[in-house]
Design a protein around this ligand. Structure first.
Ligand SMILES: CC(C)(COP(=O)(O)OP(=O)(O)OC[C@H]1O[C@@H](n2cnc3c(N)ncnc32)[C@H](O)[C@@H]1OP(=O)(O)O)[C@@H](O)C(=O)NCCC(=O)NCCS
Length: 107
């Protein structure tokens, strides 16, 4: 249990993974790699490790990624990560959103 300051009117304590709202526990995965390192699977390997951390350690329900619809490399990476692609919400018009759900939390 992290340190906690508690008074009659206030409880203060550091954020932990348990603080993520249970109703919508997702995070956005963002990646950017130096151009010289594209095409070698580095982004994929790092993203797989982060997906594992998000699902196994943080017990998140889903991960999303947003990318320009013309960003073929990013869209290909989303697909490699097992993401389902769909047009992003209107506030991100012109972008695509990839989503992958934690397989242990599908039910
Ligand atoms: C998006 C971005 C991270 C993708 O990088 P990437 O290197 O294409 O992605 P990956 O790590 O998945 O690598 C895939 C390539 O490596 C190859 N590869 C080699 N060894 C591999 C391995 N062991 N595992 C997977 N892929 C491997 C794949 O065949 C593929 O090659 P291809 O591009 O010729 O088809 C990169 O283009 C980037 O940083 N872009 C600028 C920032 C950006 O647009 N970010 C997204 C904004 S939302």
């Amino acid at each position: 249990m992290p340190h906690q300051l508690e008074t009659e009117r206030l409880i203060l304590r550091p954020f932990t993974p348990d603080d993520i709202p249970a109703a919508y526990p997702l995070v956005e995965l963002y990646y950017k790699l130096g151009r010289a390192y594209w095409g070698q699977g580095y982004a994929f390997e790092a993203a797989v490790a982060l997906r594992h951390f998000a699902f196994e350690d943080m017990r998140l329900h889903r991960i999303v990624t947003i990318a320009d619809a013309a960003n073929g490399r990013s869209l290909a990476l989303m697909r490699r990560l097992g993401m389902t692609l769909e047009p992003a919400p209107p506030s991100w018009a012109g972008e695509m959103m990839g989503t992958v759900v934690n397989p242990k939390m599908r039910d």
